[in-house]
Design a protein around this ligand. Structure first.
Ligand code: C2E
Ligand code: MG
Ligand code: MG
Ligand code: MG
Length: 281
């Protein structure tokens, strides 16, 4: 009887796996179409400077207006895009779109002139001519390198430090700031941090979530902030949702805060309406 039950659950597992795989390969085909059909849009989430309360930058987060599934966020499809290599052309679109946004904000009184836009980068993009892709996008839109920042997830980066660091060095030398995303999840050693051309650490949201309840998280965030200080890096906390978290992060000396407490990622026009800084204010 027990055997039967077990077989039953194996069967169930297989069916579930099948559905997932079907859904996945369909998703891959649809990703290919999405670029051509113009189904992608960048949403923007503000990063607020602790010292001044001003919007210090925005992060571009990819959204997919899926014809069948509705609005999808990066967490729902970027993994598939990375695994199929589609992240390279999609990432190129993201960089171009961010530069176009920077351009339009730069020359508008209703916008954020000179506000850096951070784009997320996946590892395969690093080895697909990324410095050149960025250079061309900046040139085409006639915006300075300071309008762009890159965010690269720590856990992926450290698997390939030597190769990645020479590409990042080129990009950094051209005046673009580089942030390590999801910091604290990838076990970077201090020497790795020192060897990469990094300007910013973004503390992973998993350490922010239980601040105020979990003493361990408090200690980790405190240590990251102190380490960042020592290495002359800026620290940004992601996933800030509550006043309590914000108060603790302020006290620990975090430079910038980002999260639903201030705003969800929003379409560019909505963001401007909500956070507009007029140039003569
Ligand atoms: P990430 O870069 O670490 O982005 C943060 C994620 O957390 C975003 O999810 C954002 O919407 C969400 N978030 C922001 N504030 C809060 C908060 O206060 N609470 C909670 N619970 N979540 C918050 P999203 O947009 O689904 O993106 C997920 C991941 O997908 C990103 O993580 C990034 O690694 C990747 N991604 C997004 N856009 C792009 C892109 O254009 N290119 C590449 N290569 N990756 C992207
Ligand atoms: Mg990010
Ligand atoms: Mg992150
Ligand atoms: Mg993440």
């Amino acid at each position: 009887h027990a055997k039967q039950e077990r077989r039953g659950s194996v069967q169930f597992f297989h069916e579930e796996l099948n559905t997932k795989m079907l859904e996945r390969s369909r998703l891959e085909q649809e990703l290919q179409q999405a670029l051509e059909n113009g189904e992608f849009e960048l949403y923007y989430q503000p990063k607020v400077e602790a010292a001044s309360g001003r919007v210090a930058g925005v992060e571009a987060l990819l959204r997919w207006h899926h014809p069948r599934l509705g609005l999808l966020s990066g967490g729902q499809f970027m993994q598939a895009a990375v695994e199929t290599g589609q992240v390279v052309p999609i990432g190129e679109w993201v960089i171009a779109a961010a530069c176009e946004q920077a351009r339009s904000w730069q020359y508008s009184s209703k916008g954020f002139p000179n506000l850096p836009i951070a784009v997320n980068i996946s590892i395969p993009q690093l080895y697909a001519d990324l410095p050149e892709v960025i250079h061309r996008a900046l040139l085409r839109c006639d915006v300075p390198p300071s309008s762009l920042q890159l965010e690269i997830t720590e856990s992926l980066l450290i698997e390939d430090v030597d190769k990645a660091s020479s590409v990042l060095r080129q990009i950094s030398d051209s005046g673009i700031t580089i942030a390590i995303d999801d910091f604290g999840t990838g076990y970077s050693s201090l020497s790795v941090l020192k060897s990469l051309p990094i300007d910013i650490l973004k503390i992973d949201q998993s350490f922010v979530r239980d601040l105020g309840k979990d003493l361990g998280d408090h200690a980790i965030v405190s240590a990251i902030v102190m380490m960042a200080r020592a290495l002359a890096l800026r620290v940004v906390a992601e996933g800030v949702e509550t006043q309590e978290q914000l108060d603790i992060l302020q006290e620990l000396g975090c430079d910038e805060h980002q999260g639903y407490f201030y705003s969800k990622p929003l379409p560019a026009t909505t963001l401007v309406e909500r956070f507009m800084q007029t140039s003569d204010a």
